[in-house]
Design a protein around this ligand. Structure first.
Ligand code: ADP
Length: 259
């Protein structure tokens, strides 16, 4: 082997598989994908080498959230090469494995196989992979627990009871699978009226914090219900890449997760 190849071989041999942090929720629509995207961006801003796997078979949305829907991953040596974007977070999505617009109705083994392709990819120097799970407790979660040994799980919930009850179910799945629950995030907590500045609580506030306390789990922080989050997300610019209170909320939560 020549010198350069020797160095390359040594680097490959030393490279540990990335640490996997899963983001789950009891039900859909609570902002799990939005949070996963912004957590990844916030960790990248903190200097981490972070990748993102969009494992949400029911509604893969990360390519849109990162404005790279038109880019398809390539493959090398039978493994996928993640798609890069303007925000420094390489991504691979279930959406990359099926033609757009096609509903995914996979059986367990197929979902597990697809997840494996996204995780065992050419992640290069990435040290942490954030996995945006589908909502609930289905085949992808089981496959994740059984085959990929996540280092920890973060649970996203809205403050109201129903979402919280579902979140508790998701938490117990991770606990049964011996995956440490890093903590809970309360999303859509409190709404500041852009016109009059009054703070209201459409879904209540504090529910996730109280639930975390009752389960002796860390509460990692809350993200308000804010139109700029929805607008920026729809435009393919994760708000954590900007400045201001919303970016700070994501950055603060990310700091609590990475320590
Ligand atoms: P999930 O992944 O849990 O299904 P999404 O992340 O797709 O949920 O979010 C559902 C919708 O809510 C999206 O349109 C998203 O932009 C919006 N959304 C998420 N969090 C917030 C928030 N804190 N404020 C305003 N809109 C939000």
């Amino acid at each position: 082997l020549d010198g350069v190849t020797k160095v390359q071989v040594a680097m490959t041999a030393e490279r540990r598989p990335p640490r996997i942090i899963v983001v789950g929720s009891g039900k859909g629509g609570v902002g799990k994908s939005t949070f996963s995207a912004n957590l990844a961006v916030a960790l990248h801003r903190a200097g981490r080498k972070v990748g993102l796997v969009d494992a949400d078979i029911y509604g893969p949305s990360q390519p849109r959230l990162f404005d790279c829907e038109d880019v398809k991953p390539t493959a090398r040596d039978q493994k996928l090469v993640p798609v890069s974007n303007d925000f420094g977070v390489p991504i691979l999505s279930m959406g990359h494995l099926v033609p757009p617009g096609q509903a995914i109705a996979w059986r367990g083994p197929m979902a597990g196989n697809a997840l494996g392709q996204l995780i065992d990819a050419h992640w290069g120097d990435v040290t942490d992979i954030i996995v945006d799970l589908p909502p609930g407790t289905g085949d992808v979660q089981l496959s994740m627990l059984q085959k990929h040994k996540p280092a920890g799980a973060v649970i996203v919930s809205t403050p109201q009871d129903l979402a919280l009850m579902d979140a508790v179910r998701a938490i117990s799945l991770f606990e049964q699978g011996k995956v440490p629950v890093i903590g809970l995030i309360e999303n859509m907590a409190g709404y500041v009226c852009p016109h009059c500045g009054e703070l209201s609580d459409p879904f209540g506030i504090g529910g996730a914090e109280a639930a975390a306390k009752s389960m002796s789990l860390p509460f990692l922080g809350r993200v308000p219900l804010d139109m700029t989050i929805r607008r920026a997300s729809d435009a393919g610019v994760p708000p954590a890449s900007g400045e201001g209170l919303i970016a700070d909320a994501f950055i603060g939560i990310a700091a609590r997760i990475s320590t």
